[in-house]
Design a protein around this ligand. Sequence first.
Ligand SMILES: Nc1ncnc2c1ncn2[C@@H]1O[C@H](COP(=O)(O)OP(=O)(O)O)[C@@H](O)[C@H]1O
Ligand SMILES: [Mg+2]
Length: 1001
Amino acid sequence: MPPQSESCQPSIPSGPDIWKTPTPFVGRDRETAVLLDGLSSAARGEGALILLAGEAGIGKTRLCAEAVALARQRGFFAITGHCYDMQGIPPYVPFVEAIEYVARVVPRDELRQTLGDAAPEIARLVPDLRRLFPDLPPPAELPPAQGRHHLFNSLHDFVERSARVRPVLLVLEDLQWADESTLLLLQHVAQRVEEVPALVLGTYRDVELAPTAPLARCLQDLLRQRLAREFVLRPLKEADVAAILTALGGSEPPPGLISWLHGETDGNPFFVEEVVRHLQEGGRLLDAEGHWRPGGSVGHPEVPHGVRLVIEQRLQRVSEVCRRLLAAAAVVGRTFDFALLEAMSDEHGDGALVDAIDEAEKAYLIREVPRHTAATQEGSGEVPYIFVHELTRQTILAGLSLPRQQRLHRRVAEAMERTHASNLEPHLAALAVHFRQAGPMTDAEKAIDYSVRAGEAAADAFAYTEAITHWQAALELMEERAAAPERRAELLMGLGVLTYVSGVDYTKGIEYLERALQLYEDLGDREHAAWAHWLLGRDLTTYLDVADVSRALAHYRAAEPVFAAGQDELPLGHVNAGLAAAEWMAARPQEALAASRRSMEIGDRLGDGTLWAGAAIIQGAALAFNCGRLAEGLQLLRRAWALADELDEPTDAFFAAFIGGWCTFLFLRDSADAEVWFTRELARPRTAQARNPSLFLQELMRTASAIAGNLADATLGDMSRSTVALWRGDWEEQEAFWTSGRDGGLRAGNRLTEGTYSHWLARFYRARGDPVHAEEMFKAALEVGAEGRFLAFEMLERPDLALLYVEIGRFEEARAQLARCHEIMAQGEDWRGVAGRVALAEAVLAAAEGNLEAAGPRFETALDVFRRYGLPWDQAEASHLWGRAFAMAGRRYRPRALEAWDAAIEIYQRHGAGQCWIDRVEMDRKRVLGTLHPLQYPAGLSEREVEVLRLIAGGKSSREIAEALVISVRTVERHIENIYHKTGTHGRAQATAYALANRLA
Ligand SMILES: Nc1ncnc2c1ncn2[C@@H]1O[C@H](COP(=O)(O)OP(=O)(O)O)[C@@H](O)[C@H]1O
Ligand SMILES: [Mg+2]
């Protein structure tokens, strides 16, 4: 031993070194069987994702190591990648580690071949590949969503190609610390692993998993879609603990020791090991000959309760120099290498450092990373060290004061700069974070510079959350130091774009862009300001929560002339596409058509399919639903989707499917066709892998399905839930949702949203028997469509409004609504399910006017249409109303009435409608059979109005009536007005007289 070691005064007593051989692997028979099974399946080409959960130290890593050994015996190529409990880790780190390992052990030519054309993409994650293969072409330049998709696919292809040569075991450790990008990639891999000869094994700590952690969401998705199997590692049994002790001591330990140790550690193997080490270091377990001391350490008061406390005590026993080393290493990370520690060490000469490492290894606080699992530092040949457990590192860090940590971060950062001077690329994230975490001790310029570069590297690999974190930190530092406005503006724009692309926080994203715009305006930089305008326009029309259509229009209009004056037509095309969407939302079809046409023309000229498709969606939708040129518009929408699909362009393809499907079930009442739009897009990998778009389409799909009578499908979001609630008769649930959606549309100036929610609110009020509010909302929705702005809204509202008018005896107005429908339908377009609504309203009107002959065929038509388009609710309503028509036509039609009502009830029951729907039919039946009340009230008074009138006659005030009927006073007053109007009375006295004269009270 070198002389320096004397000064270390190692306090670990010599004695038998019980750690020379690793502890034997004990227990875990069931788990091992599952893994063996997984390996066999994988070898046959049926891959799987298995997740191992369990608390820290329970033995996840150890089980994986066993799996790796078993896999290698079976000829697998086994690789491990880790996630880390620290910032500054490059995105996708476990995959990066795995690929780095592959790059190290696989011969160059073979590697190049396996990488194939995925190489340029994979080099985004592992830049070192470019040094290995200098002739790699640059990666594809694609828009973000598509780019990420392409990257993920490339990675999948690489895994698949490797696995076809030799089956693969890929271990991904400690996913509880995984960043979002890693988890997205994991989900992508999981989607298709079934068909690949690969077993993916992931581990995570379940106890420490917050419900909001990125992993929690990912797990939910994986398990729900049955893409993964999961099992939880339980504590070791007493016999397992005994087996470990026996192996360590070479003979059977005293029984008391076993049960005490098992109880003390709850069967957590890491805890077991640490307690044994602790006792052994104190010389209390085995004597110098290696025999168990009699009685063991049963109930030894010096054993602290808790593994961290045990580690703390063990740390106390190593020398000061060793502790300093461990502190520096802990700041570096879970693994660290000698060269880096040396570069940051102020100990003179290697000797002391070597000794300290030696000592830490002996004390079993760190160990060398076994070659086969190591992803060593970019092939430097350096053997890295690793803390025996993350808990060890965490305990050391917890013992360091903040200033001490900050000093160490600065030293790590500077040492990294020196040791990796020739190739900083893979270390940008770490450098950024160490410089940032150095706090007041930092070199701020460097912290900014590395943060910007780390953010760029992350964004380049589509790891948005990570990129945003780096850039936000850079921005804060720039602001503190009042950096040049050009630099700040550029960063703000970058942040604005990333926030939009990633969907992290839209309000923030808009704020970034507004600040950038301000800076560019102050600088007089018109071109950049125009870009900021364009981005703001886009943000302000995308997400309802933050949308503001009129502000968006203003931004687009500000950008347009600047781009129109420039050479490049592309930005002008994009501005016009955005403008078209905003005009469409504002229900200004002529402007929307003009802008989308300009954009499509530019797309044609430049041969830019993406631009063309994006604009064609709006053009198609406006033609179909605003102008009522259904066939032509839908055809264009379908072409736009097909092109986006061919280009595999996720944003436009999603948007086309959304608009196409949604308009189809809403405006045409054709759920089956809507489902075609949705399922087609949902089946594409680009959508399946993108969480938000796929959830959104599924939500629309379930809404469409509820309209088509399927209430049993589990609902997903508020929209499908409220739609289901309408037919389940859960009134309370709905009003709030529809109202707040409508308010959102009003706030955002999005007329389309406003109209849609008004429509649903109107249907809800009509169903609840509140004609006053129903009328108000039908009219509000109609208002969006009025003056030829949105024919589809007219066709949607007018028939229902006509029905409502008939119900409250305002026949003249009903007629006017239907006349307009005919005018629209005379254009010869196929309005599908909605045509049935028109026929139904006509039938009801004819019946109310006493013309049952005319009503019959129209009821038939309506029912035919509803059957053809699979609309049971409409069918039931039609049967119910036809029954009423019969009942009103006199006693001889009574059997026909009862028949129709039976049919209605049967449909309601079969589809699980709420009792209130059935009751409404039952009530009519009772009236006819028991002649409960006359069915038809004089002066076209509605049932509700008669109720109100009766209460007026009873001398009740409006407030009392409101309370009795559980409606608002305002509604009561509206009813009263309608009553006066219909009965030609003025004031309560006259109304009461009327009620008495007509035997209504
Ligand atoms: N089944 C087992 N048999 C023997 N020792 C084990 C077993 N499981 C875990 N250990 C030991 O316990 C310690 C902690 O296990 P580890 O796998 O690192 O836990 P985790 O990954 O769950 O945090 C390791 O030193 C490991 O060797
Ligand atoms: Mg582990």
